[in-house]
Design a binder for this molecule. Sequence first.
Ligand SMILES: CC(C)(COP(=O)(O)OP(=O)(O)OC[C@H]1O[C@@H](n2cnc3c(N)ncnc32)[C@H](O)[C@@H]1OP(=O)(O)O)[C@@H](O)C(=O)NCCC(=O)NCCS
Length: 190
Amino acid sequence: MPYSIHPFRCPFETAMLTEKLSLRQFDTHDLESVIEINRTCLPENYAGFFFIDTYRSCPAGFILAEVGGRIVGYIMCRVEHGFSDIRRLKFVRKGHIISVAVLPECRRNGVASELVKQALKALQEADAEECYLEVRSTNASAIKLYYKLGFSLARKVAHYYADGAEALVMAIPLRKEAAPSSDTVGSQTA
Ligand SMILES: CC(C)(COP(=O)(O)OP(=O)(O)OC[C@H]1O[C@@H](n2cnc3c(N)ncnc32)[C@H](O)[C@@H]1OP(=O)(O)O)[C@@H](O)C(=O)NCCC(=O)NCCS
């Protein structure tokens, strides 16, 4: 008897196909869920107060993704002032994507794409001229995601991470005409 050619899906994965993906702003009551996703997905872990301080500095830039009422991903940003990662020697107000993660069983459904697009919109509304982030140079899936959304490589930083790994700094302009479309944000059926 032949093996089934249909991929196995756990109940939650099946839910991903039928339930609506929605985005909403973080609330302090969500801290535990966000910390759990952060620890599950990333080696860069933060104390609770860091998440709360970051949220308070830019509430609209801390966004959660929910499917069927369950938090499945987050993005956390803040607004900073510093030299542009796009234009030489220009001092700018810029968004910084500090952390983004999606639970392993919910990946490749466009969740991170929607989180990043919504975060860029929030940062643009907070008058940031551009947005940047750091990503491990070995993190091929995240790098592909950022290129797909319009980020460019700004520079490489050796020994950026605690374990000595190199970071790529990637950046995107947030001028009105350059901002990515967000017409699907919050309305995608995953
Ligand atoms: C990186 C991460 C956030 C992507 O989340 P996601 O919800 O799966 O991303 P999306 O479904 O929106 O993917 C968008 C695109 O990114 C690229 N991509 C994402 N995951 C990929 C993978 N595993 N392999 C290759 N490309 C990938 C693809 O181009 C994809 O588009 P496609 O599915 O049409 O091919 C997720 O894998 C994750 O949480 N990883 C661990 C934490 C992490 O690395 N965070 C980033 C730190 S800088």
